[in-house]
Ligand binder design. Sequence first.
Ligand code: CP
Length: 311
Amino acid sequence: MKKLNGVIDSQQFDQETLNSVFRISADMEKMQSHDLLKGKIMASLFYEPSTRTRLSFEAAMCRLGGQVISTENAQQFSSKAKGESLEDSIRVISGYCDTIVLRYHKEGGAARAQQFSKVPVINAGDGKGQHPTQALLDLYTIKKSFGKLSGLTVAMVGDLSNGRTVRSLSYMLGKHYSDNKIIFVSPKQTRMGEDVKQYLTSHKINWEETDNLKAAAPQADVIYQTRVQRERFQDGDSAVYEQVIKESERFNVNGELLALMKKDSIVMHPLPRVTEISYSVDQDPRARYFEQAENGLFVRMALLKMILSGY
Ligand code: CP
């Protein structure tokens, strides 16, 4: 039996492992609860706020019969507040548990943690870096919607320079699903990073960049909307932030945009949403963001099984 040795980034996955994640996630979706991970302990260590990632990982562990230890707001209530380094915290916490789910405010946090951890680390978002478990649940949602992960046009919209979910999704699509087209739609200040674009080009992915969402919408099978990541703008950047917020208004998904989209397309969003998807869109059958969030539970159950019990 193989074991997954943690989750740090999207590029670590090979096709066979991805297929196993999707297959086991589907099994988990059919199963209510289990004692598969009885006796195992998951530590959730979040240095940034979270609703979905933290609670779905914790629920996943509970549903599989395991237990959870955590610190409420690690920036404030862990010994980080007394000056302890991430490395020292991880050395200690990894002696108390079987896996650590880490959300860190700086890029590379999960990779740093893995070097000092005795147990597998799961990257639950590292600053502007990556959010690989989100990409897995995003692909699982797309696969459930279309029955395939190829031959699709995916428009990623919004704050692409600061959004870690779109970076992880791009890497995962780029590495394994070359028969797709990606359209990056954003204001000029928040374009997708050159590192991701170079990666896609080197993997022969058909991608383009535009600031015209209305032109992209009729082509898209998936509109993957994102919010402006206010927390990534420094205090000195408040003018840029205000400018991006103003410019982003024309990238909103609303009734007018839905009318331009294909009948069988879908609207996704990693959430939380602020104003970039109108609440009226929620009633449209193409709105899949709440289902997407729920899929996070099944995918994270699958990952915990693959890490702690094997597959
Ligand atoms: N999608 C996501 O990461 O949401 P949370 O910040 O609520 O975990």
